[in-house]
Write a protein that binds this ligand. Structure first.
Ligand code: NAI
Length: 773
């Protein structure tokens, strides 16, 4: 298969710039072109300005500032020649067929044979885009529909035309999957493809029904949100986030392109209130506010709009009886005899009925539709998984009762589920009523699949150990947010013994949205409140011992994080033989935020890393300063690439772009280390002692005077400085790992008894935010 080694993106607007940044995140050089602005001194000012904006944007489009160097800005008048050696040219200019087509003609004149051209269009059919263009162009052309923001949204919809070369589709799909980390969903050349057609219909249903039924928007978001595994922004919160002004365009485009009789038309009608809001600048979070707003005139009061009067009123806390009574049962919610229950069904009944109608139209496979909603709208479950939860028979009966259409796929199901597991194989229903096996692509291994057939090797309330084949075991955290507690440490200890006897290697991995948020603070606070300090000290000591045992185990241990790996969750990674991290991994030693210092070897490991890998000037001081800067400011790396810069990851650690490929990559890495594996040699530390501590204290004092550090920050930093400088050590003395661990324990024990620390922990538990005491 052809490889993509150089990319061009044309159009440096919201999407083009974001796509270019993400191509750079993959380590691939990218040309970014836009128009020449009128009378501009710098003819490439648009693309250059876009890169500057990317560097300032939050959340960051670049995974590391270094990636920005891979983007070369230019303009479409002087620099089209740069396309000649590009393997993939992505067009992301304004949504106008005439402009896109005239650009294609220019691209086609300069591009090399076999290069691929794609459009990011969200509404123009592929057939129209290639209409009138040469056969060579049509053969190399497809639609690659990214979602905003391109780095973070995992969905990529790919549409191929009748003339598109299958190799071109395969090459782009492979690149998007492996290098960009996208979940590639093949769609037919139908309006809105899959995700927006269904997603917009869903949003529109929720809005129209809320207006008709005069539902408070807080309640609407509480109903059409969490209970169905939809992000808690719900519907109105989501519209505020994406911008209210986008909706009329997308709605009009779908209404204009979908055939008569399509269910979408039933929901398409003007919303005068929304039009008025847009006209007055209430376009959502990017504007003056949206359905929700912070009223700055009223001291940042939180307000919500009343759909009936169109006036803002104080925001209320949603308290929906139906949601509480239904618990985890979606069916109970839909059947609940209340306004909320009826609203839930009116919205989701239609949405799910429409999803079923899309089978054979927008896509042939139901799993494509589910994936599009999971990755494009962050639903936990796709529509067909939701219908399976309800039961197909229940759902069909409910549709019939409501006079909603029953799609052919529902008839084909004949009461059977869309997904089933037969002898460990996952199967999915097809339109002909048969089931097809759902096979994961090569290089994809999911722990969820392993669990379909296997029993854990070891298990307790906070963790499990699994056999993932080929002599590799997988340690999984299973607690809430994957926080760490005595049970986790206990099972880890047992697992180390088990793996030593029965396996070749260990991977630490889970499929939660966060790898681990660190130690369970609730338990820590409880223990501190009853003055069970011995328990806390025990937990610190046993954590240190077990993490050390992990480090010196005679088999390789590969940590495979995705999402947050904070505090103790970061420290476990610091003790692994190697890491294979998902690109979207956020690592940090954030203990100071709750008035503590890293006590499970985090200080020790960061010192050791800056000593051996830091490329710092000679002497004991530079590594100490680096570790102090990182830990005392609770710095969190916002990507795996940044984690390497901060030495939370080593230069040799691996990064996997696609979340689905993480476990298989980690397992392969673990197996590659097995032959001749030797645990690392223990580091020794030459630390600068008390005079260095004074220096660090003075630095913090300076920050305090500038108002950048609080009084209690100084206390915590000072305790950290004692550990990192080596306590009362003399500059010539060499400290062992155990010496530094003892310093960690002593500092930790002192802090955890302090009121300032307990206030911080309590505040964090109550609000999720650090207390600035
Ligand atoms: P935008 O308006 O932010 O950016 C368009 C850029 O294209 C501008 O910088 C403009 O100067 C440039 N441009 C216009 N004509 C050009 C030409 N002939 N040659 C070179 N550059 C030219 O638009 P946005 O939102 O980035 O959309 C771009 C494409 O992506 C559209 O096809 C849109 O439908 C699609 N899309 C947009 C999404 C979104 O959320 N904004 C999501 C998915 C797809």
């Amino acid at each position: 298969m052809a490889e993509i080694n150089k990319v061009a993106v044309i159009g440096a607007g919201v999407m083009g710039a974001g796509i270019a940044a993400h191509v750079a995140n993959a380590g691939v050089p990218v040309i970014l072109l836009d128009i020449v602005p009128k009378d501009a001194a710098d003819r490439s000012a648009v693309a250059k300005g876009a890169i500057e904006r990317l560097l300032k944007a939050d959340p960051a489009p670049f995974m590391s500032k270094a990636a920005a160097r891979l983007v070369t800005p230019g303009n479409v008048e002087d620099d089209l020649g740069l396309l000649a050696d590009c393997d993939l040219i992505i067009e992301a200019i304004v949504e106008r067929l005439d402009l896109k087509q005239s650009l294609y003609a220019k691209i086609d004149a300069v591009r090399k044979d076999g290069s691929i051209v794609s459009s990011n269009t969200s509404t123009i059919p592929l057939a129209a885009l290639v209409g009138g263009l040469p056969e060579r162009f049509a053969g190399d052309f497809l639609i690659t529909h990214f979602f905003n923001p391109p780095r973070y949204m995992r969905l990529l919809e790919v549409v191929a035309g009748a003339a598109t070369r299958p190799e071109a589709v395969a090459t782009v799909s492979q690149f998007a999957d492996h290098r960009l980390g996208k979940g590639v969903v093949r769609c037919k050349d139908r309006p809105g493809f899959i995700a927006n057609r269904l997603g917009v219909t869903w949003l529109q249903a929720a809005v129209v029904e809320a207006f008709d039924r005069a539902i408070d928007i807080e309640d609407a978001d509480a109903i059409i949100g969490r209970p169905m595994g939809i992000p808690k922004t719900g519907v109105f919160g989501l519209l505020d986030l994406v911008g209210l002004d986008l909706m009329p365009h997308v709605n009009a485009s779908l209404a204009g392109s979908l055939p008569a009789g399509d269910m979408f038309h039933d929901l398409y009608r003007p919303a005068p209130l929304i039009e008025k809001m847009i006209a007055e600048g209430y376009t959502g979070r990017k504007g003056k506010g949206g359905f929700y707003r912070l009223n700055r005139a009223e001291g940042k009061a939180k307000e919500a709009i009343d759909l009936t009067t169109g006036a803002y009123r104080p925001q209320k806390k949603a308290d929906v009886e139906a949601v509480k009574e239904a618990g985890r049962s979606l069916g109970k919610l839909f059947e609940h005899d209340s306004a909320a229950g009826r609203y839930a069904w009116a919205v989701m009944g239609r949405t799910l009925a429409y999803a079923a109608l899309l089978v054979g139209d927008a896509a042939d496979e139901i799993e494509a539709i589910d994936e599009a909603m999971r990755l494009g709208y962050n639903w936990k479950k796709g529509p067909f998984e939701l219908i399976d939860d309800l039961g197909v028979a229940w759902f069909v009966a409910a549709l019939e009762r409501s006079g909603l259409p029953v799609a052919p796929i529902l008839t084909a199901a004949a009461g059977r589920p869309f997904y089933r597991v037969v002898e460990g194989r996952r199967e999915v229903l097809r339109l002909d009523g048969g089931y097809a096996e759902l096979v994961r692509p090569d290089g994809v291994l999911m722990l969820a699949d392993v669990k379909l057939t296997a029993k854990p090797v070891l298990k307790n309330g906070s963790a499990s150990l699994w056999d993932i084949g080929d002599g590799v075991a997988c340690f999984e955290f299973t607690s809430k947010m994957n926080s760490l507690d005595p049970d986790t440490i206990d099972l880890l200890q047992k697992s180390i013994r088990k793996v030593a006897k029965e396996f070749k290697a260990l991977v630490i991995y889970n499929e939660g949205s966060q790898f681990s948020v660190g130690a369970n603070l609730g338990l820590a606070l409880f223990a501190a409140n009853i003055a069970a300090f011995a328990e806390i000290e025990n937990l610190i000591a046993s954590g240190q011992a077990v993490y050390k045992a992990l480090k010196y185990a005679k088999f390789p241990v590969v940590g495979a994080p995705s999402g947050m790996a904070l505090g103790g969750g970061c420290e476990i990674l610091l003790h692994c033989s190697a890491i294979q991290a998902h690109a979207e991994t956020y690592v940090g030693l954030v203990e100071v935020g709750v008035g503590l210092i890293p006590g499970w070897g985090g200080c020790k490991e960061m010192l050791a890393r800056w000593q051996s890998l830091g490329r710092l000037p000679n002497g004991p001081m530079p590594p100490v300063i680096k570790a102090f800067e990182t830990i005392s400011t609770a710095t969190v790396a916002k990507s795996a690439a940044e984690a390497k810069e901060l030495l939370f990851l080593r230069p040799s650690d691996g990064i996997t772009m696609n979340r689905y490929r993480l476990l298989a990559d980690a397992k392969a890495k673990a197996l590659s280390l097995v032959e001749g594996y030797q645990p690392p040699a223990p580091p020794t530390f030459r630390l600068p002692g008390p005079s260095a501590k004074v220096g660090m204290d003075m630095a913090v004092d300076g920050f305090r005077r500038l108002g950048k550090a609080t009084a209690y920050d100084a206390v915590v930093s000072s305790a950290l400085a004692v550990v990192l400088s080596g306590g009362d050590t003399d500059v010539i003395a060499e400290l062992s790992e155990d010496d530094v661990l003892e310093l960690e324990r002593t500092a930790f024990a002192g802090l955890v008894k302090s009121a300032g620390t307990l206030d911080r922990i309590e505040h964090m538990l109550m609000t999720g935010k650090p207390l600035r005491n």
